[in-house]
Every structure is written in C-alpha cells, then in structure tokens.
Ligand binder design. Structure first.
Ligand code: 26Q
Length: 817
C-alpha cells in the first residue's frame, strides 16, 4: 500500500504558477494580465489533470493486467459537484494552487467560483453515485462509473414574483469543460427498432436505426491512494450528418431529423425523482448507456480479441445497477452473449447472473419502474423476446418449487392484463446475484414487503448496505474549520481515510475548552453562510439565530409541509400573544428544494413556503425572532456552505418512506443535531449517536401501517390541535396569498381530506419536540456537547465503509494489487 500512496505533490507553488501560465498561454491563448478568473480556472484544472495523468494511465494498465475483479457502477445519474477543489485535495496541490493563483494576481475563491457545477443528477441517488466512485478510487478498487453526459443537467430553479418555481435549462457546457476528455476512437454503436427475423434457425435482430455513443472520460482521483479511476459518460451522436437526399429537396428540417433524434438521447436529464410515466426517450437513454457500457467493458478486458472467452467475464467485472434505471442491461448482456458471441442460453444465463447486482433506492410503489411490453417490443424487439424467455424460465422454476399459484402469478416479470408490462425490479431481483437496500430499515422493508416473494425464494440474495457520504468533499472541503479542529483533537488527519477514528473525539465533548472551540467553528460557518447568502441571494441573515435547515427534493412524503405548518403556527402564536416574544428562540428556517416540473402539489408547496417567508420576514412583530429563507436552485455548492452552518437538521419524512437519506449523514458529521422520524438511515444514526443526542418524534412504520388499515382521517387532527387548525386556516384564508382563498385551496383540501403521508397526524408530536429543542438550545454548552457526540459517532456513515461493505458482501473483490 505504502508505495502506492501518493506523496504530497513535490511541486512548488512557483512551479505550479508556471504551469498555470503555460496553460493560459498554450490552451487559453491569453497572458496572465488578460486572463479572467475563468481562464485561470481552466488553466489550473488542465494543469491538475496533467499531474493526475500518470496515475490514471497506470491504474488503467494495472486494471487490465491484474487479476482483481473491477466494479462497473452503472448509474443514470452522477451528481459530481465542482471538481477543481476535490482534484487539488486528492493530488496534494491545494497549497500550491492557493499560492500560485495569488502570485498571478487572482483570488483563489474567484477562480474556483468560476467553475460551473455539473448537475447530472436529481438528488440522493445521483450524489450517492458520486460519493461511491470517490470512495472506490480512494480505496484503490479498480472501477468504472458508467453513465450519460447529459447536455442539460437538472434544471436551474428560479422563483417568480409570486414565489412560484420556474425551471430554466441548465446548459452547463456553455463554458469550457476542462475535465471531460472526448474519446472518439472508443465509440460504440447502439441500435434500436426494426424486427427480429429467423435466419438459419437463429433469431436475428435487424434494427432500423442506430446512434453513435461517444465516451467522455472524467478522472476520478482517489484521496492519498495514488489511484485514478474513470467516470465514463456517454454522449449520443448521429452517424448520418444529414440525409443528403432530403436536403437536396431543400427540406432542411427533415434532413436533420435523424441527427436530432439521435442527439436527443443524451440531451436532457429527466427531472423526476420518482415517476410512473414510461416515457420512450427515457427507455432509449437507459438502453443507450447500458449497451455502450457493457460493450465497452468487453473491449477493455478482452482487447483485440475476436473470439474472447466471455465465460471469464464475471471474473473481470461486475456491474452494480443503481436502481432499475440500467436494468435493461441484463437482457442486453444476454443478447450480446447469444447473438454476437454465439453462446447457448444456459451459458449466457450463467454468465449474466454472475455479473449483475441490483440496488433498490425506494419504497414508493409508483417509483418502481415498469415498461409496457408494447414499447420495449417496438424499441428493442430482440430484448423483449429475451425478457419473455427469462420470464418463462422463471415461471417454470417457480412451478417446480411451489404449488402456490397465486404467488407464481404475483411474481411474473412480464405481467399480462390490459397493458402487459415488464417489472424491472423483478427482472433485476431474479437475474441479479445480489439485491440490496440502502439502510437497515429499508432493506428489511424490501424483504418484508416490496420484494417479499423474492426474498422468500432467494433469501441469500438479499442484503443491506447502508449508504454513506465522502468525508473528503463533505467535511474537508466543505468544513475546513471543523476539519482542522478534528485533526487538532485527534492529533492526526488520518480520519479522512478512516472515519471511525472520529470516535476518539467523544471524550472531548466533556472538555469545555474543546466545546467552545467547536462552537466557534460553527459560528464562523454560520457567518460564512450568511455572507454567501447575502452575496448570492441578497438575504439578510442574523448569525446569532438558530440555523434550522431542511434540504431535499420537494416531495409529499418528505413532508416539507409539516415544517412550514409548524413555522406558521409559531408565527400565529407570536402574533396572538399566546407565546411571549421574549420566550421565542430566534430561528432562521432555511429550505432548499427543487420540485419535479410536473408535480403540482410539490410546486404549490414551494410557492407557499416563499409566501410565508415574504409575510413573516416583513412583519415587524416577529422581526429578529423568526425568519424563513429559501435559497433557490439548491445544489451541491449551496450544500457545501449550508450543511456546515446548520445547527438543526430536519429529517421528518413519514416513517417507511425515505429509503435512507444521505444529507442526514452529512449533517451529523458536521455537528448538527437532527430532528427526525424513525425512517431510513435516521434509525441507524440515532442508534449510533445515542437517543439523548437525537430528537425523535412521530409515528413508527407499524403505527403508520395500522393507521392506513384503520382508515385515516386527517380532519380529526385538524380539529384536535388548535395550533394546527390556526395554521391551516391562515393558509386557507389567504394570509399568504394577499387574501386570496383560491391560491392554496388544492393544498388545503389535500391536507384535510387525503394527507396520504399523515402530516397532520404527526403535527402535535412535531411541535412538542420543537419545544424540547428550544430548551436545549438555551444551553449552548450542552447543545454543542451533543453536536460533538454526533460527529464522533458518525464515522460509520463514510462512503468508504459503504464501499467496503459492497466489496465484502456484494462484489467479492478488493483493492488493486
Ligand atoms: C425514473 C423513471 C423515469 C424518470 C426518472 C426516474 C427516477 C430518477 C431518479 C427515479 C428515481 C430517481 C432518484 C431517486 C433517489 O434519489 N432516491 C434516493 O436515493 C438515495 C440514495 O440511496 C436515498 O438516500 C433516498 O432515500 C432516496 O429517496
């Protein structure tokens, strides 16, 4: 290991400044005097990339020549965040960069700000993929991330005058992307449509159109591992520049149609984070990257071989399916083995079932992907044949194993009925070697409920791997103040590679001097966030107030409504004099959330939060006591400012709905206390940090199930809690819509008549716990002790640990030798 550990780069600041000057000259064509911060950013990025090049090439060589099975992480999303700071950290060039840039007359902050954040993901699942490839490289595991280089990432969110969400295209590639390297020589053909014909007793697919998949390679540098892996994102291009014949008839628009169709495939990230619609383009995207990636892996591991022995494929690489999005890769590998390489069915099946593993990230039934047979047949007719054959084989096996006909019927991969469909989660659960959920509770619910029949049949397939987050980005980069304090407290910075070392901080929670230093770091982070919020959003935030944060996609099950109703109720209490103003703990309530563009109630909740903010923030009666801010376009960069500044973290989903959550881990590691339900990874966080250091409230999964079964009536809760009633009445009567009673009528009506996620039922408990929170907050020393205990006991939630669990329980491989 030691010889591979990259020494802190021996490059001096002066040398690095020269390298930047060189890049400015030979890449950008500007002098340092003419250069703008963005030029210096591109130059510095290019220079860092060159420093990583040897390790990158060596890693690739070792991977091909060595005998360590590699991991192919197949994911429709990689939410990477900005790259420069991370690349500098991992190549040991941070200090040189700072000094060099200053020598050139620039402010390092301005230079790093010039990088445009790539938003190639929706939220948790995409960010998890980014954390995982960071950890894979840091642990020295040979791995590829495989995905799509969308031309437009997650939309840029704005708010209009009325506080409604506006979506703007995120054209992140308008500026130079110094990180991605387009490799035209390693393209792949991906075909669609057409028909399957019988030739010499064989089924032969005759597709009707193809696209060219071109890889764009990103370096994934490990932290102090000397390894640099590859993130390979595919871009779709057309083979036919345009159809000359049509062009000559001067029908230009028709002439470019095939090109437009091909390029559409990688044009845009779907901004949904759970959805029931089976959109054709989405399936095209999924097949596009799955097919190109599998072919690419064969090319990498069997270079220049016409007749490779693919029975060894599962020893070379295993693919992790990040949710069902790449599951079409299963029939694709079968097709490749059967049709392109001539293996018989059983051999192909044997290879395929050793190659794939499946991670499920949801519990919402509507988020389990299902594709109509008609659509797959049209787009991928050969794959539909293969899926049918897999289904038939499975049904036969089942019939041998059980007499329970209803069960056999329930487990069909291909359903019949009005719209015959393919259940991708079932396909993956049958064909995958392992199936895992992303937190203990979630994996248990998968086994007991969502995939129960499969887990009964294949108990050994099912396992749990609790999510994690990378401490490099979410502690070292985001929170340098706390990182320095931890290093001081532990006397080493090794915790960045072995996060369980944080445990040794625990005694320091009783050391008042240390606690005060910790409190000072938190306060400095609050000031830093307040400055940022002023600069970027024009918000005035008082850093002496409690920073109470809820950041996540806007979804009913996550229950932003619960938070905003509690804010409204508190506002009403102050206004009515029920609560004395001097008894109120001053708070700044901070929201960050994007809503799917077609999600009506989610968008209305955004509008409500914005208008509650407008009313409260302009009311002199509560000034200095209660403030609501909603920085628009929440993204990784905002997270990196906000998480270290937060004191209270809101994880208030309905129990049994949030698969894991990962911001909860980031918050605990950055010394926030969590108020949360027994849901997802909250359960494990609470177990580790201790019940005394976690604000638990609300119904449990069992209580929720019982309430559904008994029939839930939200109006009962509205009548029973006067604070809740007052809050909902204010919304209904137009307090936050200039007196208009129609604006939020659909939301109010949903609360009172449906409230599927039982926001109203948990309201009273939520209020009670908020009172406890305020009491504790009054004792800053105690509060900060608990925050330190949270940090000390959250080392388990490093994505390094998640990856080690995958290596041991799922992938059966390890670091490159
Ligand atoms: C599916 C079909 C069509 C269009 C979009 C989609 C789609 C896209 C993204 C479906 C789901 C997603 C993303 C899901 C997601 O982010 N899930 C979260 O994953 C995290 C990492 O495991 C968990 O921590 C969260 O609890 C879970 O909600």
């Amino acid at each position: 290991m030691t010889e591979l550990t990259a020494p802190k780069s021996s490059v001096t600041a002066a040398q690095f400044a020269d390298e930047i000057r060189n890049e400015l000259k030979y890449t950008q064509g500007v002098t340092p005097e003419q250069a703008k911060p963005a030029d210096v950013y591109v130059a510095a990025a290019t220079a860092v990339r060159k420093h990583l090049m040897d390790s990158w090439m060596k890693t690739q060589q070792d991977m091909i020549n060595g005998n360590t099975k590699a991991v192919g992480y197949l994911s429709a999303e990689f939410l990477m965040g900005k790259q420069l700071r991370n690349a500098l950290l991992n190549s040991g060039l941070t200090e040189q960069f700072e000094a060099a840039v200053k020598e050139l007359g620039f402010d390092p902050q301005q230079v790093t700000d010039a990088e445009y954040e790539p938003g190639l993901g929706n939220g948790g699942l995409g960010r998890l993929a980014a954390c995982f490839i960071d950890s894979l490289a840091s642990l020295g595991v040979p791995a590829f991330g495989y995905g799509i280089q969308y031309r437009y990432g997650i939309f840029r969110q704005e708010f209009d005058e009325e506080g409604r969400q506006i979506e703007r295209p995120d054209y992140w590639l308008t500026n130079e992307d110094p990180w991605g390297h387009i490799d035209y020589e390693r393209d792949q053909r991906v075909s669609f449509g057409g028909e399957v014909v019988e030739e010499d007793g064989k089924r032969v697919w005759k597709p009707s159109w193809s696209v060219r998949a071109i890889p764009v390679d990103y370096m994934v540098p490990g932290y102090e591992s000397g390894r640099v892996n590859t993130l390979r994102l595919w871009q779709a291009r057309s083979y036919d520049e345009f159809d000359l014949l049509t062009f000559n008839k001067s029908e230009y628009l028709d002439a470019v149609k095939p090109q437009v169709k091909a390029e559409n495939i990688s044009k845009i990230l779907y901004p949904e984070d759970s959805t029931e619609v089976g959109k054709e383009l989405r399936l095209e995207q999924q097949y596009f990257f799955a097919s190109a990636s599998i072919h690419d892996a064969i090319r990498v591991f069997y270079p220049n071989q016409d007749k490779p022995d693919l029975t060894t494929f599962p020893d070379k690489i295993c693919f992790q399916l990040n949710d069902t999005h790449p599951v079409i890769g299963i029939p694709e590998l079968m097709r490749i083995l059967l049709d392109e390489y001539g293996y018989d069915w059983d051999t192909a099946w044997n290879i395929t079932t050793k190659t794939f593993n499946y991670t499920c990230h949801t519990l919402l039934p509507e988020a389990l992907e299902v594709w109509p047979v008609a659509l797959i047949s049209k787009l991928l007719p050969r794959h539909m044949e293969i899926i049918n054959k897999i289904n038939d084989q499975f049904m036969h096996e089942l019939e041998e194993m059980t007499d329970d006909e209803a069960k056999v019927e329930r487990m069909r991969i291909v359903t019949d009925g009005d719209t015959p469909s393919v259940r991708m989660a079932y396909l993956a659960s049958y064909a995958g070697e392992h199936v895992n959920g992303v937190a203990e509770l979630h994996s248990q619910l998968l086994k007991d409920v969502t995939l129960r029949d499969f887990s009964d049949l294949f108990p050994k397939k099912f396992t749990n791997v609790t999510n994690g987050v990378t401490p490099r980005r979410f502690m070292k980069l985001a929170n340098p103040g706390l990182s320095d304090l931890i290093t001081e407290g532990l006397g080493t910075d090794k915790w960045l590679e072995d996060l369980e070392l944080l445990k040794n901080l625990e005694p320091l929670a009783q050391d008042d001097e240390f606690v005060k230093k910790f409190a000072q770091v938190k306060y400095d982070n609050k000031i830093k966030f307040a400055d940022f919020a002023k600069r970027e959003y024009g918000f005035d935030i008082d850093s002496s107030t409690m920073f109470d944060t809820m950041i996540k996609r806007l979804h009913e099950y996550k229950r932003q409504a619960l938070k905003i109703l509690e804010v409204i109720a508190t506002y009403a209490d102050i206004k009515s004099g029920k609560v004395k103003i001097e008894d109120v703990t001053p708070r700044t309530v901070i929201f960050g959330a994007k809503a799917a563009p077609g999600y009506y109630l989610a968008k209305m909740t955004i509008q409500l939060i914005n208008n509650v903010a407008k009313v409260i923030n302009n009311d002199p009666d509560v000034m200095g006591k209660l403030k609501v801010v909603f920085p628009w376009n929440y993204n990784i960069r905002v997270a990196q400012y906000l998480i270290p500044a937060t004191e209270l973290d809101e994880q208030i989903s309905q129990a049994g709905k949030e698969a894991s959550g990962t911001s909860n881990m980031k918050f605990a590691l950055n010394g926030a206390l969590t108020v949360g339900t027994l849901d997802g990874a909250n359960v494990e966080i609470r177990e580790r940090v201790g019940a005394d250091n976690f604000f638990l409230f609300g119904m449990t999964v069992d209580e929720v199930e019982k309430m559904y079964a008994d029939g839930y009536d939200p109006a009962k809760y509205y009548e029973a809690d006067p604070r809740l009633k007052a809050a909902i009445d204010m919304v209904a009567k137009g307090t936050f819509s200039d007196g208009d009673e129609d604006t939020y009528a659909p939301l109010v009506s949903d609360w009172l008549t449906k409230d599927w996620f039982m926001t109203l039922a948990d309201f009273t408990a939520y209020h009670d716990i908020q009172s406890e929170i305020e009491t504790l907050y009054g004792d800053q020393l105690e509060w900060n002790r608990k925050a330190i205990i949270n940090v000390a006991n959250s080392g388990y939630f490093s994505s390094d640990r998640s990856i080690e669990d995958y290596l041991e329980r799922v992938w059966m491989t390890g670091p490159l030798k």
